[in-house]
Design a protein around this ligand. Structure first.
Ligand code: NAD
Length: 299
């Protein structure tokens, strides 16, 4: 069993760290949020006093942070502050599962390599349900040997592990996937709102579309209409889940990437703008499936 430092215990990182603990690994967890730490401590996971203390004798460091700026500031430091890389021992393996810019991922990987620390980018798909169940999909960028070293740890948190390519490739695969997810959620919400405006029962319509050519992941696992799927964030006032602002970040990363390679992503661009307007309307902290609210008359 490995000594694992886990930094970032939010909606995703909390259950991921718990699964490593349950598998028998020696987990030292840390988050800037006291409530996130308390939640995990209640499940028996050891909480470190700081990120530095968490990584002090770790063989593996896992991070699950919101965005590029958080990952860069934590590991590389800045404004006179030393980065966490200076506290991680040489020979350790860093697994960053945050969804961030591929360029930032490569920058941190290079700085880590210069200190004798191996790194893979390993963003995930599967939502909070997948994080809790340990059935996430990992999209990995980095050296194949480093992925093999990480595999026994990733297997305790996920069911599918893909090697996408060199450093940063996991992030590129992830933003392609999330651009598609962001578009699908808007399309699914539009169709449901149209049916309900015509008097259809959203449960019946959801089942019809799920088993027809419109079937997709949102209808299978993450229905945006409250009351249709008990376990979905929509039925919990859109709390928890995957924040609108995080989806907005991912669609922004996809657009930046598309500009860099001159790719045409018209629906991705439109989706980014719809989530941006939804966030501006005050829904940034709600789960991204709440985009349905922007497409439906209030009850
Ligand atoms: P979250 O906002 O719930 O959690 C992020 C946590 O990081 C917070 O608890 C925050 O306090 C902590 N944090 C920030 N800076 C820190 C630092 N310097 N040191 C320690 N802790 C710090 O976000 P989340 O939903 O868990 O998502 C995390 C990442 O996973 C994001 O990049 C997101 O895009 C990606 N993701 C999320 C989902 C989902 O369904 N929520 C699915 C796939 C991927």
């Amino acid at each position: 069993m490995s000594k694992i430092a886990f930094i970032g215990l939010g909606n995703m990182g909390g259950p991921m760290a718990l699964n490593l603990h349950k598998a028998g690994h020696h987990v030292a967890a840390f988050d800037l949020s006291a409530s996130a730490c308390e939640k995990l401590a209640a499940d028996g996971v050891a909480i470190a006093a700081s990120a530095q203390a968490a990584v002090a004798d770790a063989e593996i460091v896992v991070s699950m942070l919101p965005a590029s700026a958080h990952v860069e500031a934590l590991f590389l430091g800045g404004e006179g502050k030393a980065g966490l890389l200076e506290h991680i021992r040489a020979g350790a393996l860093l697994i960053d599962s945050s969804t961030i810019a591929a360029a930032t991922s490569r920058k941190v990987a290079q700085a880590a390599a210069a200190r004798g620390i191996a790194m893979i980018d390993a963003p995930v798909s599967g939502g909070t349900g997948g994080a809790i169940a340990g059935t996430l999909t990992f999209m990995v960028g980095g050296a194949p040997a480093d992925l093999e070293r990480a595999r026994p740890v990733l297997e305790k948190m996920g069911a599918n592990i893909f090697h996408a390519g060199e450093a940063g490739a996991g992030q590129t695969a992830k933003i392609c996937n999330n651009m598609l997810l962001g578009i699908l959620m808007i399309g699914t919400s539009e169709a449901l709102a149209l049916g309900v405006a015509n008097g259809l029962d959203p449960k019946v319509l959801s089942e019809i579309m799920r088993r027809s050519s419109g079937g997709n992941w949102a209808l299978e696992k993450y229905n945006p209409m409250p009351g249709v799927m008990e376990t979905a964030p929509a039925s919990k006032n859109y709390a928890g889940g995957f924040g609108t602002d995080l989806m907005l970040k991912d669609l922004g990363l996809a657009q930046e990437n598309a500009m860099a390679v001159k790719a045409a992503t018209p629906l991705g661009g439109l989706a980014r703008n719809l989530y941006a307007a939804h966030s501006l309307a005050g829904h940034g902290a709600l789960d991204f499936s709440s985009v349905l609210k922007s497409l439906q008359k209030p009850a």
